[in-house]
Design a protein around this ligand. Structure first.
Ligand SMILES: Cc1cc2nc3c(=O)[nH]c(=O)nc-3n(C[C@H](O)[C@H](O)[C@H](O)COP(=O)(O)OP(=O)(O)OC[C@H]3O[C@@H](n4cnc5c(N)ncnc54)[C@H](O)[C@@H]3O)c2cc1C
Length: 191
């Protein structure tokens, strides 16, 4: 089909999941003109359906809470877990920039994060592993602030919701369990 309109930008982002939107926000913050394209009628990709947990060693929230951790310990853990797939360059870039990313989003956007203090590494007893402090989750956001745009946000998967709530939404489900007493323990996590 012949294009009917030409638009120009500094950065063209393909896809509106966390990767795409984080890129778009960062580029915009640095003064660039950004266009985000999305092939679906809704935005958010897989990210909009996820549990929202992020594994960020030495994140600012854990540091504020006094968790003892180091990039070296996290690197040792990743090296142990990844085996032959360990990629030193990428791991070091991740460990260096993960905490900066958290700080950037908390300072420059409406995003906030919550520490999962008891959310351990998958193998806490492995070399460099910890029993908590490396996992943070996106704090619930009042969808009403999105106005009409909320209709274009990809909804969660029905299969992993209960009464409209994500199974990963530990606190809400815990509250429901405590109120009506019908559910097993809900310190279940998603991701
Ligand atoms: C139920 C569930 C729970 C999860 N929980 C967690 C968790 O707690 N923690 C965690 O770390 N990970 C979790 N994950 C995994 C995590 O959600 C994904 O790894 C992450 O969201 C991927 O982000 P992304 O930006 O790379 O891709 P996506 O979020 O999938 O975004 C890609 C976007 O690109 C669009 N796109 C693709 N091709 C084109 C094109 N040609 N033109 C325009 N647009 C295009 C897609 O439609 C999509 O919107 C979970 C996944 C699921 C399914």
């Amino acid at each position: 089909m012949k294009p009917t309109k030409t638009v120009t930008c500094d950065v063209l982002v393909v896809g509106s999941g966390a990767g795409g939107l984080a890129t778009a926000l960062t580029a915009r913050h640095h003064g660039l003109d950004v266009i985000v394209t999305e092939k679906e009628p809704v935005f958010g990709g897989t990210t909009a359906r996820s549990g929202g947990w992020m594994w960020i060693p030495c994140n600012p929230l854990a540091q504020k809470e006094g968790f003892k951790d180091s990039k070296e310990a996290a690197r040792t853990y990743l090296q142990h877990e990844a085996g032959n797939h360990f990629d030193a360059g990428r791991v070091d870039a991740f460990l260096e920039n993960g905490p900066k990313m958290v700080e950037f989003f908390e300072t420059n956007t409406e995003m906030e994060f919550t520490l999962g203090p008891a959310f351990s590494d998958y193998h806490p007893d492995a070399p460099g592993g910890t029993s908590g402090g490396r996992s943070i989750v996106a704090t619930p956001y009042d969808g009403r602030k999105l106005g009409k745009e909320i209709a274009r946000l990809r909804p969660p998967l029905k299969e992993i919701t209960f009464l409209g709530m994500m199974i990963g939404s530990g606190k809400e489900l815990l509250h429901l369990r405590n109120t009506v007493g019908i559910l097993p323990r809900t310190d279940v996590r998603c991701g």
